[in-house]
Design a protein around this ligand. Structure first.
Ligand code: M6R
Length: 349
């Protein structure tokens, strides 16, 4: 049941420190040892839809960095009908919470038929994708009832990070860093009331832009997806550096721009993008490290998260965006757990 929360979505957002912790435990105990060297594949292809696709995008940065294998992330529905050459030198990682998404299943099956090794990353044991893939990595997030994926996203991140570092000699060091994440997520959740206050200022908006660079780019996409699917407010996620190539035309004094700006390798670049937004009188709502006075001074509203190693920032930065969408949708009196036109599992192609 909802455990005292108004909606499953809110309960599931708050469960994340535990579900990420449970997922990490499964991977620390090395219960997933793969009988091949990830580095030996000529390419790793990540296939997924929706939120799982965003997790794949985050994972692709870790895979490039730690495995140094060329990586591609594709929407499963696009991969299926494009002439992508695939053979036994490729590893396909199919990511799906439900394990039943038709596009993800069939694209993975077609890669498998052509000789690729297929690993699935699913939350539901015994699901179709679980059965159809060569290997399965489980996200131990527990059942997710809210149609908007939240806790499964962060568990997918935990598995993708664990996998990316799994065959490195200093794997334990990385896993130790990852193990510190759940407590930090708890801290972020401790700030939920503040996120709510911010969210309630924007309930009458019709459009919002979400920006981020590097690992914060997929987080921006995910924040925008959460907002549109449960609040029905049009939102677009964009790589912050791409803004000047088009979306900047949309910015005026009515446009809230949510910027994900942890202090990472692209921090200064992101701040320059904020300047561009401010010049056009856009309203900046930022998520950054608590105590970041510079970012705060540039923002109409600022949501602080604990400082974290740049690679692990998505675990923390996504939470305020989940909450932001939730509080707006709830304020609008919408059916947060069952948004219109959406199903938890999409078995049509
Ligand atoms: O079960 P899956 O992970 O394959 O589902 C993929 C998408 O349908 C799913 O993530 C969808 O985008 C969610 N409603 C997002 O919150």
């Amino acid at each position: 049941e909802k455990g005292g929360f108004k909606h499953f979505m809110l309960k599931e957002i708050f469960e994340q420190p535990r579900t990420v912790g449970d997922t990490i435990k499964g991977y620390i105990s090395r219960d997933y040892i793969l009988p091949f060297k990830l580095r030996e594949f000529r390419r790793i292809i990540l296939l997924a839809c929706g939120t799982s696709y965003h997790a794949g995008l985050v994972g692709s940065y870790w895979i490039s960095k730690y495995l140094q294998v060329p990586v591609e992330v594709m929407y499963a529905s696009e991969f299926r009908y494009a002439d992508i050459p695939v053979d036994d030198r490729d590893l396909v990682i199919a990511i799906s919470q439900s394990g039943e998404t038709a596009d993800t299943r069939y694209s993975a099956l077609s890669a498998k038929e052509r000789g690729a090794t297929v690993i699935s990353l699913v939350n539901v044991m015994g699901s179709a994708l679980d059965r159809e893939s060569d290997y399965t990595l489980y996200t131990h997030a527990g059942p997710e009832i809210g149609v908007a994926a939240t806790k499964t996203f962060t568990s997918q991140l935990a598995v993708l990070y664990s996998l990316s570092v799994s065959q490195l000699p200093n794997r334990d060091e990385y896993m130790e860093k990852l193990s510190a994440v759940p407590n930090m997520m708890e801290e972020v959740l401790g700030n939920a009331e503040n996120v709510k206050k911010v969210a309630l200022k924007y309930t009458n908006k019709k459009n919002m832009l979400y920006l981020g660079r590097y690992l914060s780019y997929p987080v921006a996409l995910e924040g925008a997806l959460k907002l549109k699917e449960i609040s029905y407010i049009h939102a677009e996620g964009y790589p912050a550096g791409e803004m000047k190539h088009g979306p900047i035309a949309l910015i005026d004094e009515n446009m809230p721009v949510v910027v994900v700006a942890p202090k990472d390798r692209v921090y200064e670049k992101t701040l320059s993008n904020i300047e561009e937004v401010l010049t056009r009188k856009g309203i900046v709502i930022s998520v950054g490290f608590a105590g970041d006075e510079r970012l705060k001074s540039m923002s109409k509203d600022f949501i602080g998260i604990p400082s974290v190693d740049e690679d692990l920032s998505p675990f923390l930065t996504v939470i305020p965006l989940q909450l932001f969408a939730y509080y707006i949708a709830d304020h609008l009196g919408l059916d947060v757990d069952q948004p219109r036109n959406l199903a938890k599992t999409v078995t049509v192609e």
